[in-house]
Design a protein around this ligand. Structure first.
Ligand code: PBG
Length: 336
């Protein structure tokens, strides 16, 4: 005889999980295509798309292919793209002067995308790492023992104005220098770009999860050289109060949107920033998070689609209004 036992139980939470219709009604968090931003890598010339080894399905694209990809994303309902240039190493130098070239690859890419798909929001990074031979986000001090904060901020303001002139909707300072958001706002306004917004990488951690990205844009040197890591500007992974403070400061300096990066390992920070700042909050599911899911799926150890969906839903649940993710296109296909 089957074992029987009965509880006298008025509260039975499982009642609401009984059918898919009820589970749908109870859903507290939903992910939509309108929440997603697709990061894209752009290269010079007319080369065929080059897949990034540690990021299956992510390519470095020549401008013509980039425009095609942006058109496809726009058709799928993805509202925005973030563009990252990969420069020929010959164009890099200590001072990252390529960042102020009016004909810089990323600026030509922005112009081409905005011309072809004006409704697609375009975002560009404001930082020197694609342009410096040492891979740092700024210029170095005379002794080469650190990144020079104020001199870097001066360059970033000029860089932001060039990007605004090329037509970006949002500039995204990703450098973590002190005072850069305020200085960029001032520079944009002085050049009459009062409508160009700032998506600030506000709470950006010194993370191992950026590895595949640095490979993709060729800024890997800074990660592990004897010179220094990015630890003097990016946040310590263990510091929560400091991370929240950075977002509060950026919001006060005039950031229109604050961002937490990486996302998956920093869900508590997303939640705290969400509670502390009334401006929109973005989160960046970075290259290493993407690589990790793909690698495990390739080994047959995790289900790619379910893990991907869960990872993004968790970021949304933590409090992100929008998510930069290399899964944007796949998710848009799924979500419709
Ligand atoms: C550069 C920048 C980085 C990323 C975005 N902008 C890397 C870094 O700080 O070294 C990482 C994105 C990713 O890993 O997907 N300032």
């Amino acid at each position: 005889m089957a074992y029987s036992f009965k509880l006298d139980l008025p509260q039975r939470p499982r009642r609401l999980r009984r059918t898919s219709a009820l589970r749908g009604l109870m859903a507290e968090t939903t992910l939509g295509t309108a929440d997603l931003i697709a990061p894209l890598f752009v290269i010079e010339g007319r080369a065929a798309p080059e897949e990034i080894a540690s990021m299956p399905g992510v390519y470095r694209l020549a401008i013509a292919d980039l425009v095609k990809e942006c058109r496809a994303l726009h058709k799928l309902g993805v509202p925005a793209v973030a563009l990252f240039p990969k420069l020929d190493p010959k164009l890099k130098n200590e001072e990252g002067t390529g960042a102020l070239d009016e004909d810089a690859l990323v600026l030509r890419a922005v112009r081409a995308v905005k011309k072809a798909i004006p409704d697609l929001a375009v975002i560009t990074d404001v930082a020197l790492d694609p342009y410096t031979s040492h891979g740092h986000d700024g210029v170095l001090t005379p002794g080469h023992d650190d990144v020079d904060n104020d001199r870097t901020v001066g360059i970033l303001g000029r860089m932001a104005v060039l990007q605004a002139r090329a037509g970006v909707d949002l500039v995204a300072p990703s450098d973590m220098m002190d005072g850069r958001v305020g200085a960029i706002r001032k520079a944009l306004d002085a050049a009459d770009f009062t409508q160009t917004g700032i998506l600030a990488y506000s709470s950006k951690f010194n993370s191992a999860y950026y590895g595949p990205f640095r490979e993709a844009v060729g800024s890997a040197q800074a990660a592990g050289t004897k010179l220094l890591s990015k630890a003097t500007y990016q946040l310590e992974p263990g510091n929560r109060r400091e991370a929240v403070n950075e977002s509060i400061l950026d919001a006060a300096e005039g950031a229109d949107i604050v961002m937490i990066k990486p996302a998956g390992a920093y869900l508590d920070i997303i939640r705290e920033v969400r509670n502390a700042v009334s401006k929109p909050v973005a989160a960046y599911q970075v290259s290493g998070e993407y690589a990790q899911i793909h690698a495990a799926a390739r080994l047959g150890w995790l289900d790619l689609v379910r893990t991907r969906n869960e990872s993004l839903l968790a970021i949304k649940r933590a409090g992100a209004d929008m998510i930069l993710t290399y899964f944007a296109k796949d998710m848009a296909k799924l979500l419709g």
